[in-house]
Design a protein around this ligand. Structure first.
Ligand code: SF4
Length: 346
């Protein structure tokens, strides 16, 4: 580690687990960890996986601060310096506190930067559904918060709805963090599932402040309905019924001009904002090239650099990676580093 390099602190491998449609278990978002799975629940029990050899190898990169597995240039933790202290192997919690299910990507809309083009495709995970009772007992033993579906639309998926019902009946203390496009988050739907008082957080993917931009990005969406549902969620947060409300925005060539207004709008609704970088692993090359405003060769790149200088992105409700805000300085420091290294070599 270079002397001036800050140590990255990330608690993901100690508190979080995620399962995909093939039964693979990850500590974090699969593309961020280069699809490094710590095991498969069809082959081993969750308890064996959580502290197995692959999990230990993964955790070693934090202790050694070499990040041979994590792609810290794209993950959101790359600039977080927390208080978390890595425990010795003997003190690692026997189970996670936070569990993310990622096995059904069915969705009621299609975002143009989303990998799964077929919104009707339902990746049902039969093994999990057939063994749900015993698997959940092992996986969720210490869990406080569950994300029922990260890639699909939770309340639209029959499979995820049955998972929620099962968790409701077996784990009365577990709360939910729902990631959603917001279109089905209504008073009636939450009441029907009996989860209004069990919501810890809503993370709503919005990506725009105007109907025009929203319609370009989200096919089969309904911006007016979304706005109404955001107001309802805002009320739940303001009434103290839920703890956290987050609005997501994937930055791209169609929406970057709306970023400052998005922060203001979220503030009015009592929400935090997370801005995300578009990932090339999510979409085809042609679409990525058209939308990737982070590319220095993109015709609107310089305009984007002006937009992100707006001081509004430094406000408390805005979560945006330093690498996004400091694109120019990152570039300059990279050039300086190369120049210094060349000087040194000469
Ligand atoms: S990819 Fe980033 S957030 Fe994920 S475990 Fe690694 S450092 Fe933590």
């Amino acid at each position: 580690m270079a002397e001036n390099q800050q140590k990255i602190v990330c608690d993901a491998a100690y508190k979080y687990a995620q399962m995909d449609a093939n039964g693979e278990i990850y500590f974090c978002c699969p593309p961020w960890v280069g699809f490094y799975s710590i095991g498969n629940i069809k082959k081993h029990s969750f308890s064996e996986i959580w502290n197995g050899e692959k999990a230990r190898i993964f955790r070693r990169q934090f202790i050694e601060n070499n990040f041979t597995i994590c792609k810290t240039d794209i993950c959101v933790r790359n600039d977080i310096i927390g208080d978390f202290k890595y425990p010795p192997e003997s003190d690692i919690s026997p189970k996670p506190e936070y569990f993310i299910f990622n096995y059904d990507s069915i969705c009621n809309v299609r975002c143009i930067f989303c990998k799964d083009k077929n919104s009707k495709h339902n990746k049902r995970f039969d093994y999990f559904e057939e063994n749900m009772d015993s698997l959940l007992d092992d996986m969720l033993e210490n869990v406080k918060i569950v994300v029922p579906s990260i890639a699909g639309e939770s309340l639209f998926s029959p499979s995820t709805v049955s998972l929620i019902k099962k968790i409701n009946s077996k784990f009365p203390n577990i709360k939910y963090s729902i990631t959603s496009n917001g279109l089905m988050i209504t008073k009636e739907n939450l009441k029907k599932l009996d989860i209004t008082s069990r919501i810890y957080q809503f993370c709503i993917s919005v990506h725009a402040t105007t109907k025009n931009t929203y319609d370009k990005l989200v096919k089969n969406g309904d911006f007016d309905l979304l706005k109404n549902n955001l107001k309802y969620i805002s009320k739940l947060k303001k009434d103290g019924i839920m703890t956290s409300f987050r609005m997501n925005f994937v930055i791209n060539a169609y929406n970057y001009k709306e970023m400052p207004r998005f922060v203001e709008w979220a503030y009015e609704l009592g929400a935090d904002v997370t801005f995300w970088k578009l990932l090339d692993s999510e979409i085809d090359k042609k679409t990525f090239k058209k939308l990737n405003i982070f590319d220095i060769n993109h015709p609107k790149y310089n305009d984007f650099c002006k937009v992100i200088k707006n001081p509004i992105f430094k406000t408390d409700n805005c979560n945006i990676a330093d690498s996004v805000l400091d694109m120019q300085s990152v570039k300059k420091s990279f050039i300086k580093q190369i120049t210094d290294e060349i000087k040194y070599m000469i």
